[in-house]
Write a protein that binds this ligand. Structure first.
Ligand SMILES: Nc1ncnc2c1ncn2[C@@H]1O[C@H](COP(=O)(O)OP(=O)(O)O)[C@@H](O)[C@H]1O
Ligand SMILES: [Mg+2]
Length: 270
């Protein structure tokens, strides 16, 4: 079916896919601002918290920045999911920096701290620790991160740390005992949704990448998709794809409002 749809609309590849190369991303405001702030955080070796609704484009923005880093001057430690236990984060740091993690947690913590410092001081590479889905961090893990960022006040941190997650992450870090971690956060950014104009441009961007730079989605179809997705890229992708399939099923050369409405009924009634 996908093959037929692809040739029916003259696509060179399927639009609205997830696997866009960093250079192909759509540069709407929230994406550009997130990228600028994450880059600042990396340059400053500081602690940043990036939040946003599910599907807002957080992981995409972080990956876009990481892909631009000079690998001879940075060492990226990316944890897609912190469900790795209390030892997990320190273990990952030591391993990523080429060490053999010590068995006992009490000695693993200073080993990770040292590994970060040595990577910077002796190898001239700034470690970038990124923890995605950071709202899943438990208290012990957050406390562990606080300890990692606990270097002398007057010396520069040897590494940058980014905690990425949904809006609940900010509240979690604010809770009582973690105030000490909260105070170290130099950057907080919440990715807003796209505006209606940005959503329309986002849809056109994906279609252009797929080989169709002429109008394929009507303005009211794009407006309806924007309204239903609230301007969050992942939801836009899902709805736009379903609208396209609905249009194809009825042999329409344009994805109009009624195709979008069919898609919305299908997606939201699941
Ligand atoms: N700037 C962008 N350009 C193109 N597609 C994007 C962009 N931002 C997000 N997307 C799309 O939206 C999806 C969700 O983004 P993602 O970063 O995974 O969301 P989050 O991490 O906030 O839940 C991605 O898989 C991608 O397809
Ligand atoms: Mg994500």
């Amino acid at each position: 079916m996908i093959d037929k749809l692809q040739s029916f609309y003259g696509f060179t590849r399927m639009p609205f896919g997830r696997d866009l190369a960093p250079g192909m991303l759509h540069r709407h405001t929230s994406h550009a601002e997130a990228v600028a702030r994450i880059t600042w955080c990396v340059d400053q070796h500081t602690l940043g918290v990036i939040t946003g609704e599910v599907g807002a484009g957080k992981t995409v923005a972080v990956r876009a920045v990481l892909s631009t880093l000079d690998t001879s001057r940075h060492s990226v430690i990316y944890l897609p999911n912190p469900a790795v236990g209390a030892r997990g984060i320190h273990h990952a740091i030591v391993t990523a920096l080429g060490g053999v993690p010590r068995f006992h947690h009490a000695t693993l913590i200073p080993q990770a701290t040292d590994a970060l410092a040595i990577e910077y001081a002796e190898r001239g590479r700034v470690p970038i620790l990124v923890i995605d889905e950071a709202h899943l961090l438990d208290h012990t893990q957050l406390e562990g991160i606080r300890m990692l960022t606990n270097h002398d006040l007057d010396s520069r941190s040897p590494f940058a740390c980014l905690l990425v997650g949904p809006p609940t992450l900010r509240r979690k870090i604010k809770l009582g005992v973690l105030a000490a971690l909260d105070q170290r956060i130099a950057l907080r950014y919440t990715l807003p949704a796209m505006t209606a104009e940005e959503t329309a441009s986002y849809i056109r961007h994906h279609l252009t990448l797929a080989g169709r730079s002429d109008t394929l989605f009507s303005d009211d179809a794009a407006a309806l998709i924007h309204q239903t997705s609230r301007g969050y890229p992942r939801a836009v992708n899902n709805l736009a794809l379903q609208a396209l399939i609905a249009a194809f099923a009825t042999n329409k050369s344009i994805v109009d409002e009624s195709s979008a409405r069919t898609a919305i009924t299908e997606v939201t009634s699941e």
